[in-house]
Write a protein that binds this ligand. Structure first.
Ligand code: SF4
Length: 189
């Protein structure tokens, strides 16, 4: 759909509510499973929790998806993949950061190669837990429904805790090494 047609339908023809209703009930997540959190998403889609009741239908290609569900740790190498997947998704698109690792690095919070999802792409809903329960995942999708509807929160933001005091101290500079001793060579002959 062209941008002009979209503008016309949303603003002039006042179809925004109908458009948002359609988006809300068609949340098709692409999974970025990098760690153990992915197991709980399978559970969420199973018959017990049946996330499809909220329009959540997992897809396997980012070009037909409008939600990216980041399930686990994002390393510096995977950050490029995350960005690439996000950029290929059509608008409107949403990001859910699932689990302590995706939200703030989790067990690997002070690792040299783990990054937080919201430093790579904008996050719409954070899902706390290690791993989050299927109920928490379903709740996150309901929160996303509310966000699309324009209803206020509750949106859980990760706490802004300053972890600097807990970081290991920087390594001390090495002590200067003594200059090598010159030994006198015995005179030849
Ligand atoms: S939050 Fe816990 S369950 Fe999820 S990826 Fe990290 S360690 Fe695994």
């Amino acid at each position: 759909m062209s941008q002009a047609l979209r503008e016309f339908l949303l603003k002039k023809a006042k179809l925004e509510k109908i458009f948002n209703w359609g988006v809300r009930w068609s949340l098709w997540p692409v999974h970025l499973v990098t760690s153990c959190c992915g197991v709980e998403v399978a559970h969420t889609s199973g018959p017990g929790f049946d996330a499809e009741r909220w329009g959540v239908l997992p897809f396997h290609t980012m070009r037909q998806s409008n939600v990216i569900l980041v399930e686990g740790t994002i390393t510096r190498k995977m950050a490029k993949v995350l960005k690439m997947v996000y950029e290929q998704m059509p608008e409107p698109k949403f990001v859910l950061a699932m689990g302590a690792c995706a939200v703030r690095g989790g067990l690997f919070w002070n690792s040299y190669h783990v990054v937080q999802v919201d430093t790579v792409v904008p996050v719409d809903v954070y899902i706390a837990g290690c791993p989050p329960t299927p109920e928490a995942v379903v709740r996150a999708f309901i929160m996303l429904h509310n966000k699309i509807k324009g209803k206020p929160g509750p949106f859980i933001e990760p706490s802004k805790v300053d972890l600097t005091p807990y970081l290991p101290p920087p390594p001390k500079p090495a002590a200067p090494r003594p200059a090598p001793q010159q030994t006198a060579q015995p005179a030849s002959g």
